[in-house]
Design a protein around this ligand. Structure first.
Ligand code: AMP
Ligand code: GLY
Length: 431
């Protein structure tokens, strides 16, 4: 088979790495790819949101299956275009991708389906929103409706912060038309976890649980990022809680999307807040998480390709997934300054030691090849990922590798995985 992967981050690198192991696959292309993916796939210089360009390429190369990494092309309707041209593509249609593309749609949908989520109001009028925030309880969460590259959620401690958030989103339009509407919601307290299911419109298979680390600094301090590291499994999600999440969140979502006339195929990613009262949905995403994919896919024993094909062909009821019992940890090495401004183009050294390494894989997130050298080319640069007999071993292995990889102005968190030990009998070791 010929596979096309769309995207250029660590998530797309782990997808290429996993798919490369499939005996069904002869050729892999990645658009646009990165310096690491170039070792596994032929990178083609087409941006991830150039639907027409991607469609031309896939038709001309007779691609058998296209896998979309990021949300933007899904929300723009790439699946509808490919399917209309008779090309197989893994992911939700434009109307199903609204679960991520519109927070107003997602919240109203959850409300209709009785899916646990923070209580909320939606507004398309700035003055009405301001009025509401003057009577609300704090902290309060304000969210731009549309895609905002992970920056559209603002937690407000008081009225002044809420006013500023509404002004930026609805008047200054810092996220453009994504800020035409807002969701204003209750702030939930608890611990976050990510659960992903592969769906075919009717049936689903759960992927292993994972936890991301969204904030830039240790102990979850500082601004939100795309994710500074992850681990799988997430010990906070015990069997009983998982059963409840499937019954109260995953299954009602799939049934509800059918009632909406938008059957959900592809990855259903629920971002959860585990509170004292149980699991609440903070957000839906409609694609693999990044860096969650980097810790979940290395634990999957099945060939991924038949599972993705079964999602497209509505045959997921035939599948059961088999997981490696080991823990997986990904430590993201980022460019100093991220998630604010940073410089690109620094040479990365120390990567060769991990070619074919038996415990650690270095997934590239923001790199490119210049004259045969790998240089930094993004905020998140590398995802240093290790499997270990237990979580502590995986953490130690990833950090030992991080110490050997160097580039100027490199920054990484030193506490990836530490919060998992609260839910385990095994104590954490101080670093
Ligand atoms: P979202 O894009 O909706 O997941 O929001 C991004 C981040 O904002 C989440 O990962 C949480 O850390 C935080 N967040 C979103 N909604 C809430 C909420 N209702 N209560 C507390 N934190 C939230
Ligand atoms: N790691 C968070 C996300 O992929 O949205």
């Amino acid at each position: 088979m010929k596979i096309l992967i769309i995207g250029s981050g660590g998530r797309e690198h782990v997808l290429a790495w996993k798919i490369k192991q499939s005996p069904l696959v002869k050729e892999i292309y990645c658009a646009p790819g990165n310096g690491g993916i170039a070792g596994l796939a032929e990178c083609v210089d087409i941006p991830a949101d150039d639907i027409e360009g991607l469609l031309d390429f896939a038709s001309q190369k007779r691609i058998d299956l296209t896998i979309v990494g990021p949300e933007a092309p899904l929300v723009k309707g790439i699946v509808d275009y490919f399917t209309a041209s008779g090309l197989k593509i893994f992911g939700p249609t434009k109307s199903a991708a609204l679960l991520e593309g519109s927070k107003v749609f997602a919240k109203e949908f959850m409300h209709k389906c009785n899916i646990p989520t923070a209580s909320f109001k939606t507004f398309d009028n700035y003055h009405e929103a301001v009025d509401y925030t003057e009577r609300a309880e704090y902290p309060l969460v304000i969210k731009a409706d549309g895609l905002a590259a992970g920056k559209g959620v603002i937690i407000c401690e008081d009225i002044a912060q809420a006013h500023k958030a509404l002004e930026q989103i609805m008047q200054d339009k810092v996220f453009k038309e994504a800020g035409n509407k807002v969701v204003v919601e209750e702030c939930l307290e608890g611990e976050e976890a990510s659960l992903l299911a592969i769906c075919d419109g009717q049936d689903y298979v759960m992927l292993a649980s994972s936890q991301d680390h969204k904030r830039i600094f240790d102990d979850d301090m500082g601004p939100n990022t795309g994710g500074m590291g992850a681990y799988s499994p997430a010990p906070i999600i015990k069997r009983e809680l998982l059963n409840k999440i499937e019954a109260r969140i995953i299954e009602p979502t799939i049934r509800g999307m059918n009632r909406e006339g938008a059957p959900f195929k592809g990855i259903l990613y629920v971002g959860l807040m585990i509170t004292k009262q149980g699991a609440y949905v903070l957000e839906y995403n409609v694609r693999f998480g990044d860096p969650e994919a980097q810790v979940v896919l290395p634990r999957l024993k099945n060939d991924l390709v038949p599972v993705l094909l079964a999602s497209c062909e509505e045959r997921l009821n035939e599948f059961e997934l088999d997981w490696d019992n080991r823990a997986c940890v990904c430590v993201v090495m980022s460019s100093g300054g991220y998630p604010g401004e940073y410089k690109n183009g620094f040479e990365i050294t120390g990567l060769d030691a991990f070619n074919g390494h038996d415990k650690t894989v270095v997934f590239h997130a923001g790199t490119k090849l210049v004259d045969g050298k790998v240089v930094t080319n993004g905020g998140r640069v590398l995802g240093v990922t290790s499997l270990g007999a237990n979580l502590q071993k995986a953490i130690d292995q990833s950090y030992a590798a991080v110490e050997q990889i160097k580039f100027d102005k490199c920054f990484f968190r030193r506490d990836i995985g530490a919060k998992a030990f609260i839910h385990m009998e095994q104590p954490s070791q101080k670093r």
